[in-house]
Design a protein around this ligand. Sequence first.
Ligand SMILES: *[C@@H]1O[C@H](CO)[C@@H](O)[C@H](O)[C@H]1NC(C)=O
Length: 288
Amino acid sequence: MVKPRHSRLPPRKSSSSTLILTLLVIFTFLILILLVLGILSVPSSSGGPKANDLNSIIRNTPDRRSEREEGWGEQWVEIVSWEPRAFVYHNFLTKEECEYLIDIAKPHMHKSTVVDSETGKSKDSRVRTSSGTFLSRGRDKIVRNIEKRIADFTFIPVEHGEGLQVLHYEVGQKYEPHYDYFQDDFNTKNGGQRIATVLMYLTDVEEGGETVFPAAKGNISSVPWWNELSECGKKGLSIKPKRGDALLFWSMKPDATLDPSSLHGGCPVIKGNKWSSTKWMRVSEYKV
Ligand SMILES: *[C@@H]1O[C@H](CO)[C@@H](O)[C@H](O)[C@H]1NC(C)=O
């Protein structure tokens, strides 16, 4: 009885280890097949977002795409100049947003004024012949949405912004070159100096009405729209108004000094009608 038991044990041992080996091989093949079929995936460094990636940007991409389907043209940011620092965000506003801003501003338009550099008060002026109105910050959902987008674009918090100003220029109306920063102590009491301006075009303008930077450094005739510019527009680096586009320029340099190359004006409208909206951003919180 003892002998056969002894003789039987070794083969049993070897058969169970063969079984385990066979199972291992089958299991390995199964894993390999699943990997090839893509059912299982190996985490890799080039794969999806990691915890410390720019998650908000990745998450925003699908939202942007769905917004674009709702009537947004292609959106991209173009560097126009480094002196002054100026950028154009194409299709920043939708057609509906442009029309909305014009509609809510229309009943409240009055003749534009300029800031008197001695008294800090508003005054009538021949250098600025447009009409305009201010919309209070955060007045409604659509305005809040636009203000949030401006904050994202400029990296300056919503609370640093003045209320949106909506401007209307008819044929012949213009704004002579000026700085957006203040040269008095009165206007900087609330919010400090103006650091940046976002100028949004709410309509196309057939002819004229460009935003011109007469003190810009660099080759002003290298812009793609050079041949479409008015005589006034050719006197500096110019941006041609296009509905929905936003021009961002900085009145202050990265070293926090005022930038004289930010001198800019609105060329006279020659043909058509120009509506625009301006958002001035301050260096600190602007209390409304
Ligand atoms: C400026 O740019 C235009 C268009 O790109 C080019 O034809 C011209 O030669 C440039 N001028 C200078 C001084 O670089």
